[in-house]
Design a protein. Structure first.
Length: 136
C-alpha cells in the first residue's frame, strides 16, 4: 500500500507534474530544471526527491550532477493518466513555456557547468526510435 501512496503523493502537485513532463523524454539535472521552471534549486530538488522516492525516475550520476528521466516502467500508467485528464488553459500555457525554456536551456548545456548525461541520453534516443516505429 505504501507504494500506491508514494505514487499518488508524487503526482499530487502541479510542479511535480511539470517536472515529470520535462523529464518524459529528456534527462535533466536539478539546476537545469530550476532554470526551466524559474524556481530555486532547493525547491526543485525537494520536488524531485518526492518523485524519486516513488521510483518514478531513473538517474545517472555524472561527476557531481545527477540527471533524471521518467522511469520506463511508469510510462504506460503516466501516459494513460496524461491522456485521461484534460489540462486547464493556464496549464497548457505554462507547459508550453516550460517546453520553450527547456529547448533554450538544452541549447546552452555545452556552455554550462553541467556535463551532459550519457547513459540516459542513449536510452532516450532508443526509446524515441522505438516510439516512432524505427528499429534501434
Amino acid at each position: 500500500m505504501q507504494d500506491a501512496v508514494l505514487f499518488s503523493q508524487s503526482l499530487a502537485d502541479e510542479t511535480r507534474w511539470r517536472i515529470l513532463l520535462l523529464l518524459w523524454e529528456q534527462p535533466l539535472c536539478v539546476c537545469e530544471l530550476a532554470d526551466i521552471l524559474d524556481m530555486p534549486q532547493s525547491s526543485v530538488s525537494s520536488h524531485v526527491q518526492v518523485i524519486r522516492r516513488a521510483d518514478l525516475l531513473e538517474s545517472e550520476r555524472r561527476e557531481k550532477w545527477v540527471y533524471y528521466r521518467v522511469a520506463r516502467s511508469f510510462l504506460p500508467v503516466l501516459t494513460a493518466l496524461r491522456k485521461h485528464f484534460n489540462l486547464h488553459p493556464e496549464s497548457i500555457t505554462l507547459l508550453a513555456r516550460d517546453a520553450k525554456r527547456s529547448i533554450k536551456r538544452l541549447a546552452e548545456r555545452e556552455k554550462s557547468c553541467c556535463p551532459a548525461p550519457q547513459e540516459l541520453a542513449m536510452k532516450a534516443r532508443k526509446r524515441s526510435l522505438v516510439a516512432n516505429g524505427a528499429t534501434a
